[in-house]
Design a protein around this ligand. Structure first.
Ligand code: S3P
Length: 171
């Protein structure tokens, strides 16, 4: 792989545990650009996601998350941007994702995702039965990931370096 300058934000989407943040950091290194993570940006602006969820509820979280994503997409380019797993729920976010960024959907095997997520700590949407909830929300959102993806990258059996290299090759 020979680094080429990228012209547009490179966006990573996919369910919790698909490795978006780790792959994003590696891809940023490969491309020589900053890697941002919208969960991290959310935390900087609003504080920890679990506390925000507990106080304001999920609809308020989704609205605030969408603002963070739209701002990151509009001001920070070219960068690698990893989105929270539920960002694609927002129609406004999906619309923005169709306007030019190179969007990679990290398709992940359930066993690998659940191994990364452990007991679901720090992810309020997984409260209760993490495995069952993860399965349900992945199947609810899968068509949304596919709808906005420029590419689907099958991550099964690959480590984060390999996934990052695969995306870099697609750009
Ligand atoms: C969520 C995914 C999390 C985070 C929040 C909600 C979701 O991000 O935004 O806990 O609804 O899928 P990751 O996909 O980075 O874990």
């Amino acid at each position: 792989f020979a680094a080429r300058p990228i012209q547009v934000p490179v966006v990573l989407i996919g369910p919790m545990g698909s490795g978006k943040s780790t792959v994003g950091a590696k891809l940023g290194d490969l491309l020589g650009v900053a890697a941002l993570d919208t969960d991290h940006l959310f935390d900087e602006v609003h504080g920890p996601i679990p506390a925000y969820f507990a106080v304001h509820g999920e609809p308020a979280f989704r609205a605030a998350e969408s603002e963070i994503v739209l701002t990151a997409l509009s001001v920070a380019r070219p960068t690698v941007l990893s989105l929270g797993g539920g960002s694609v729920i927002s129609a406004t976010t999906r619309q923005a994702l169709r306007q030019g960024p190179a969007v990679s959907y990290l398709d992940v095997d359930e066993t690998e995702a659940l191994a990364r997520l452990g007991g679901g700590e720090g992810r309020p949407v997984l409260a209760g039965d993490p495995a069952r909830t993860w399965r349900r929300i992945r199947s609810e959102r899968e068509h949304l990931y596919r709808e906005v993806a420029t590419w689907t990258v099958t991550t099964t059996g690959l480590d984060a370096d390999q996934v990052a290299e695969r995306i870099a090759d697609l750009l």
